[in-house]
Design a protein around this ligand. Structure first.
Ligand code: ATP
Length: 296
């Protein structure tokens, strides 16, 4: 464990963060290996931003310890290896995109070339624009480029797609997923659970300051082990376990065989039957509500 920790990207040991009486993080143990892509999921107020602030050395833990690449996250040598995209950047809006990149590049010992940053982030056409004139999607992409500026070994993204429309979200996610394929470690917090599937190979679910699930996206889904049974039928189905979605009847169940046996026993005609794993969102809702909601 000690040896693994020394080479890990991020280690939280029994880390607690309190704001007055509020326990935002409660004795969290977390080890993120180098090269891992981790999504931190959780509802509002779960402790995601707090965990990220501790990881970046922006706040101190009330108890326990946090290390990044085996050292204090505030060490200058460590900070130079981290790129972060936070919910507020504080960058002056009168700067042009290329000026902002030039400024940020001076902060790092071995920055990526401006051209590469514009290309990777997909904002080449905005290079001469003032930040104040950027669209929401372009602005998020600029923040992403700024996070990448120092060619970081650890990329930390706090809700990177917040406020974007569906198209811009999808496009930025694809860009992040592309970067995540490189060897660097990535930590991304998000409310959009499908984003974890796209970017992360590990999902850590936080609720009320505690980790309530930790595994691959499919393991997290497997934690609740639910399947979605779905079919169409020419006759009306009077069964509260099913909901109508378009022209289909759908139910979430931990025992699809049992449910289907009941349906077949009714001798009702069913077509287009599918049985699929629950989505990450469904797994998450089930985990944070104690697994009681909407189960057949
Ligand atoms: P969201 O998804 O809404 O951004 P989050 O998971 O990032 O939430 P945090 O911002 O880490 O959650 O907040 C965790 C808890 O700590 C919440 O109860 C929040 O109200 C509280 N909290 C966060 N920052 C402060 C602060 N500066 N002072 C007091 N309480 C705070």
């Amino acid at each position: 464990m000690i040896a693994a920790d020394a080479t890990a990207a991020v280690v939280f040991r029994n880390a607690t963060k309190k704001y007055g009486d509020i326990v935002a993080l409660d004795a969290v143990d977390l080890c993120i290996e180098r090269g891992e892509k981790v999504a931190i999921l959780g509802p509002n107020g779960a402790g995601k931003t707090t965990a990220i602030s501790l990881m970046l050395g922006l706040r101190n833990a009330s108890a326990g310890s946090i290390s990044v690449f085996g050292r204090n996250p505030r060490d200058a040598a460590v900070r130079a290896r981290i790129g972060s995209m936070l919910q507020c950047s504080g960058i002056p809006e009168y700067l042009r995109v290329d000026e902002a990149l030039a400024l940020f590049r001076t902060y790092y010992p071995a920055p990526l070339p401006t051209d590469d940053l514009l290309e990777i982030a997909g904002i080449r056409e905005t290079a001469n624009k003032r930040i104040a004139r950027l669209s929401g999607g372009q602005l998020q992409r600029l923040y992403f480029a700024l996070a990448l500026c120092g060619n970081p070994d650890l990329l930390v993204l706090d809700e990177p797609t917040v406020g974007l429309d569906v198209e811009a979200r999808r496009a930025l996610l694809a860009t992040i997923a592309g970067i995540a394929k490189s060897g660097r470690s990535v930590v991304m917090s998000t409310h959009y659970l499908e984003e974890a599937d796209a970017v992360a190979d590990r999902v850590v679910v936080i609720d009320r300051g505690r980790i309530i699930a930790d595994g691959s996206p499919s393991e997290v889904k497997g934690t609740v082990g639910r399947k979605r049974v779905s079919f169409t039928s020419s006759v009306a189905l009077d069964d509260l376990r099913f909901v109508r979605v378009g022209d289909r009847y759908e139910a979430l169940t931990e025992a699809p065989e049992l449910l289907l046996r009941e349906i077949f026993a009714r001798d009702m005609p069913i077509e287009n039957l599918t049985v699929t794993g629950a989505t990450l969102e469904e797994a998450f809702v089930a985990l944070t509500s104690g697994g009681k909601a909407n189960v057949a």
